[in-house]
Design a protein around this ligand. Structure first.
Ligand code: ATP
Length: 315
C-alpha cells in the first residue's frame, strides 16, 4: 500500500472524513480491509475500484448503515458525534427509491416533510438547480434515468449538506445522462461542500474528481490528487544513436527514477524540468537523441498497473 501523496500540506482541521484501519468482514469475506482514508474539505473525492472492491460497504459504514468489524472513522473531526455529523450529510446509496406516480416536485415535498431535512421552500430551487424546473410536475415514472438520478441529487441536497455521498451516481445511464449528472456533481463540489463519489469508471473519476482513493479487494492501493497521481509519472521515450549506452548513462543518474529499453526506444521516468540535463548527460558521452516524445501515463493505465486487473473499463 502507498500512503497519502497529497501535493500540498492540508491543515489538520481541513479533513472532512478520516478513517483509520477501517475493516468490515462478512464471515470469510473481507469487504473492507484496514482502510485509512483522508478526504479533504471542498474536494470531489472518488472512491475508485472494480465491482466488489468495497466502495459501497465503506460508504455504508461512514453513514452508520453497516457496523465496522474494526477500525474507526470520524466525520467533520473527531470531536463531532456521528449523529450530529449525519445532519450535515446528504446521500444517495443505490438508486433513489422515489414514488413513480408522484411528480418530481411531489416526491421532493413528501421526502422533505418526512425527513425534516431542509424546508418546503427549497424544493423549487432544488428542482431548478438540477435542471428539472420544467419537468417538476411530471410523474417520476416518465423520467429518464439521468433525470431520476438528478431528482435523487435534489433530494440529497435538501438542507444544503456540507458532505454528499454518491454511490455510482451514473450507473446504467446513457452517455448523455452521464454527462448531465457529471456536470452537476462537478458544480456541487465547490466551496466548502465535499462530495464522496464511488465509481468503477476511471474516465469518470478523471473528469469529475479532484482526488481519488483506488481500492482493490477492499484495500487501499493509493490515494492522492488526481493530477499528482498522473504528473510525477510522466515519462519520455527516447530514440538515440546507442540505446544500450544511453540506458547505462541514464540509470546512473540519481534523479532518474526508472530507465528501460522498450523496443527501439529508451523509456525514462524523470522530472520534466530535468530534460536539458538528460540531453547533456548523453551528449557528453557521444550518445545523441534522434527522437524524444512525452509518454504520459493516464490514470487508467496507472489504475490497471496498481490493481493488476483489467476491469478498468471506461465507457
Ligand atoms: P459494487 O459496485 O459491485 O457494489 P463495491 O466496490 O461497492 O462493488 P461492495 O458492495 O462494498 O463493493 O462489496 C465488497 C465485498 O463485500 C463483495 O465481495 C461483496 O460480495 C461483499 N459483501 C457486501 N455486502 C455483503 C453482505 N451484506 N453480506 C456478505 N457479503 C457482502
Amino acid at each position: 500500500m502507498v500512503g497519502p501523496s497529497w501535493g500540498w500540506a492540508v491543515p489538520a482541521d481541513n479533513w472532512v472524513i478520516r478513517t483509520s484501519s477501517l475493516t468490515k468482514r462478512y464471515g470469510d469475506i473481507v469487504a473492507v480491509d484496514g482502510l485509512t482514508l483522508e478526504v479533504p474539505r471542498g474536494h470531489v473525492f472518488g472512491l475508485l475500484g472494480p465491482n466488489g472492491s468495497g466502495k459501497t460497504t465503506t460508504m455504508s459504514m461512514l453513514l452508520g448503515l453497516v457496523r465496522p468489524t474494526s477500525g474507526s472513522f470520524s466525520l467533520f473531526g473527531s470531536a463531532t458525534q456521528h449523529r450530529e455529523a449525519l445532519r450535515r450529510v446528504g446521500a444517495i446509496i443505490e438508486s433513489p427509491s422515489l414514488y413513480p406516480y408522484l411528480s418530481g416536485r411531489q416526491n421532493l415535498r413528501y421526502f422533505q416533510g418526512i425527513s425534516g431535512r431542509g424546508t418546503p421552500g427549497e424544493v423549487d430551487d432544488l428542482l431548478s438547480r438540477v435542471g428539472l424546473a420544467d419537468r417538476g410536475n411530471d410523474r417520476f415514472q416518465t423520467y429518464s434515468l439521468g433525470m431520476k438520478q438528478r431528482l435523487g441529487l435534489a433530494y440529497a441536497l435538501l438542507g444544503d449538506p456540507e458532505l454528499l455521498f454518491l454511490d455510482e451516481p451514473t450507473n446504467g445511464m446513457d452517455p448523455a445522462g452521464m454527462a448531465e449528472v457529471r456536470d452537476l456533481i462537478r458544480s456541487l463540489g465547490t466551496g466548502k461542500r465535499t462530495v464522496l463519489l464511488s465509481s468503477h469508471l476511471l474516465h469518470e473519476v478523471e473528469q469529475v474528481c479532484d482526488s481519488v482513493a483506488i481500492l482493490s479487494k477492499g484495500a487501499l492501493i493509493v490515494q492522492g490528487v488526481v493530477t499528482d497521481l498522473i504528473q510525477p509519472r510522466k515519462r519520455v521515450r527516447l530514440r538515440t544513436t546507442d540505446n544500450t549506452r544511453a540506458l547505462e548513462i541514464l540509470s546512473a543518474l540519481d534523479w532518474v527514477e526508472e530507465a528501460e529499453v522498450e523496443g527501439a526506444a529508451v523509456v525514462v521516468a524523470a522530472p520534466s524540468e530535468r530534460s536539458p540535463e538528460l540531453t547533456a548527460a548523453l551528449s557528453r558521452s557521444d550518445v545523441y537523441i534522434t527522437e524524444m516524445t512525452a509518454d504520459q501515463v493516464s490514470l487508467e493505465s496507472y489504475f490497471l498497473e496498481v490493481t493488476g486487473n483489467d476491469e478498468g473499463e471506461t465507457e
